[in-house]
Design a protein around this ligand. Structure first.
Ligand code: SF4
Length: 281
């Protein structure tokens, strides 16, 4: 069986940067080091960082001293200022693409637009984009967009890992919901390319395996995109979850990975699939 890995799989620029900044802070900062929630949505990588001393706090009220690393998802001004007010050293690892989405949302809000964030309610990146805005709605589908009231001015930003398809469908509905509609396509380039490569590979194989944390929004989207192309799509966090029966009769398997999935984990899954095939001969 041939095993192909989707181009561009694995750590994105923003995740690599966040890990690099956290590792540097682990070496250089004095006192305890925290993130609010997991640094990235991958249990293996988070486990390694925890072994090196990175601790996970639920909120800044749980932190009295030391250093706080802001994740690539970003955090609200309230959180950052709250940490500084407690004399906690802040290392900001917010991905620049996420920062851009935050800035667009803020400037739309300040200019009197009702802000619509197309993303997952409760996701930390979406919460940080929406935080502190006076008139903001978070929605994830065109069906939810149908329920919005018509307003004069509406501005749209997307969660950086949103699918282009969903954003397009929502925008079509929103065209009927405002006299003036401004749309910022804040889906990051890496996400866009990764989704396109996953879709392409899923159309060429018998089975797809998506590798990534079960709490990772961008991995969930890769899974949905792949499953629309090939029903035999499976989502695993590591090679140990692979099942031989998934590959029965398959001649070509594809592997793709989310932005917070390390390259070695993706290769390990691809190698294990090849070895399952070899053992069943
Ligand atoms: S997926 Fe894009 S926006 Fe998100 S951290 Fe990676 S590079 Fe940044």
């Amino acid at each position: 069986m041939e095993v192909s890995i989707a181009k561009g799989s694995g750590f994105c620029f923003g995740v690599k940067r966040a890990i690099r900044l956290a590792e540097r802070a682990l070496e250089e900062s004095e006192g305890p080091l925290y993130t609010l929630g997991e640094l990235i949505h991958n249990p293996q990588v988070v486990g390694e960082l925890e072994k090196k001393g990175l601790m996970i706090a639920a909120s800044i009220s749980d932190i009295d001293r030391g250093t706080l690393v802001i994740r690539s998802h970003g955090a609200s001004e309230e959180v950052i200022e709250g940490a500084k007010a407690k004399n906690i050293n802040v290392v900001d690892a917010t991905c620049p693409f996420v920062k851009k989405a935050q800035e667009h949302a803020r400037s739309l809000s300040e200019s009197g637009y009702r802000v619509v964030v197309v993303g997952d309610k409760g996701h930390p990146e979406v919460d940080a984009i929406a935080a502190g805005l006076s008139d903001v709605t978070v929605l994830g589908t065109e069906v939810e967009a149908e329920h919005l009231k018509k307003v004069e001015k509406m501005g749209v930003v997307a969660q950086t890992t949103q699918s282009v398809e969903t954003l397009s469908k929502v925008v079509v509905v929103l065209l009927g919901k405002a006299q003036e509609l401004r749309v910022y396509n804040t889906i990051c380039e890496t996400t866009f390319q990764r989704q396109a490569e996953t879709m392409k590979l899923a159309g060429e194989v018998d089975v797809m395996v998506v590798v990534g944390g079960k709490n990772s929004a961008n991995t969930a989207r890769l899974y949905d995109i792949s499953r629309r192309r090939v029903r035999r799509t499976h989502w695993v966090e590591s090679a140990s979850e692979l099942k031989r029966e998934w590959f029965k009769g398959a001649v070509h398997a594809g592997v793709t990975g989310g932005a917070s999935t390390p390259d070695w984990l993706i290769r390990e899954v691809a190698n294990r699939i090849a070895s399952i095939e070899a053992r069943s001969k």
